[in-house]
Design a protein. Structure first.
Length: 106
């Protein structure tokens, strides 16, 4: 029993690591989107896109036998964080410079 529990927990740990890395990649992309939006003076939020994403994710969740309501809550949390990042980018000093990504670090 202990060996099986340990094996399952190791799998969970690996999946958690993959989730974190995938979220990091997603946020790299959304940061670039935020810079493009700021450069073109577009609003940080895009309700039409958000609605489409939620519907798409709910469908994916259903197909994966995951509770669609849970998937929607997770995506709403992520969307709120993305919008917060986009607002920070828009308020930043380089918002209108046309940059497609964050300023390089010194």
């Amino acid at each position: 029993m202990r060996a099986e529990l340990s094996r399952l927990r190791d799998s969970i740990d690996n999946i958690d690591a993959a989730v974190v890395h995938m979220l990091a990649e997603r946020f790299k992309c959304t940061q670039q989107v935020g810079h493009l939006k700021a450069a073109h003076r577009l609003p940080p939020a895009d309700p039409t896109r958000e609605t489409e994403q939620i519907a798409r994710l709910r469908h994916l969740a259903e197909n994966a036998k995951l509770d669609p309501a849970f998937a929607e809550k997770l995506l709403n949390f992520i969307i709120a964080e993305v919008i917060r990042h986009h607002e920070q980018i828009a308020d930043g000093p380089a918002a209108g410079d046309g940059a497609a990504g964050p300023a390089p670090r010194p």
